[in-house]
Design a protein around this ligand. Sequence first.
Ligand SMILES: NC(=O)c1ccc[n+]([C@@H]2O[C@H](COP(=O)([O-])OP(=O)(O)OC[C@H]3O[C@@H](n4cnc5c(N)ncnc54)[C@H](OP(=O)(O)O)[C@@H]3O)[C@@H](O)[C@H]2O)c1
Length: 271
Amino acid sequence: MKKTSYYTIITGASSGIGLALANEFAKNGHNLILVARREELLKEISAQISLKNKVSVEYIVADLTKPSDMVNLQSELQKKDYKINILVNNAGFGLVGEFSELELKVQQDMIDLNIKALVDLSYYFARQFKNQGFGWIMNVSSVVGFLPGPYMAVYYASKNFVTSFSLALAQELKQYNIVVTSLCPGYTDTKFQETSGMDKLSKFGKSNFVATTEQVAQSGYQGLIERSELITIPGFGNKLMLWLIKFVPVRIKLALVDYLQNSKTATPNSH
Ligand SMILES: NC(=O)c1ccc[n+]([C@@H]2O[C@H](COP(=O)([O-])OP(=O)(O)OC[C@H]3O[C@@H](n4cnc5c(N)ncnc54)[C@H](OP(=O)(O)O)[C@@H]3O)[C@@H](O)[C@H]2O)c1
């Protein structure tokens, strides 16, 4: 792949898995456009990654739940006329709690970020990549994208959407030389646990399957760029868990996730 003049755009690149993906892509010689809300952080990270890897790193500040910021993002990309060959839809958040007790607005924001922004950017870049004759799209889903999620209902459902949507896109776009991979990490050590309330309310963190962001990013990069996978599941433990869970009846899955989520409600607006 010729990388020098093209850019990889990564959403949610100011921390966690997105930041690790930015480092992984830069390490492999890709120029970057980083997107998130925290400008100071983006500025600092861009300078560090650029210096370390001798690649060009730009950033655009955007709250992807806001339609006006989505419009600004697209016009900024057009204005600067970047040549982009890889889209990484990574920005996302979750919240633990009973659906009908959590604030509706926060759950709507979750849908706007985890689903709507991802769909909008996939649409925008799918058309661009078709015109240029090639491209790569990584949509960050989760192992929970294969499960129903009591006490984190909207989050699990959003990741079910991301996985299903990405599989369909992969099939539609392969004729245009565009690869689409759904990256499905398990529990990974990031700010996500604190933002979602999982660190205090869920039993997931006590498992032995906690991955580092670097492990997830390396798996994701290889899955998308080197292996053109439909679905990338980092870690043997997660792969085994998802294989075994296929044989478990839905009522048992529901009871299991209910137990693991601990059935309590996180403080809304923590995202
Ligand atoms: N950690 C896990 O265990 C785990 C497991 C499976 C899947 N995932 C998925 O991995 C992805 C990354 O999560 P993470 O674990 O790395 O969490 P994180 O450390 O909290 O990172 C989330 C990123 O998304 C950005 N973001 C949040 N809201 C945004 C908004 N409205 N507009 C633009 N950017 C926004 C944040 O930046 P700003 O705050 O600067 O905007 C941050 O860069 C998510 O899609 C998550 O669902 C995580």
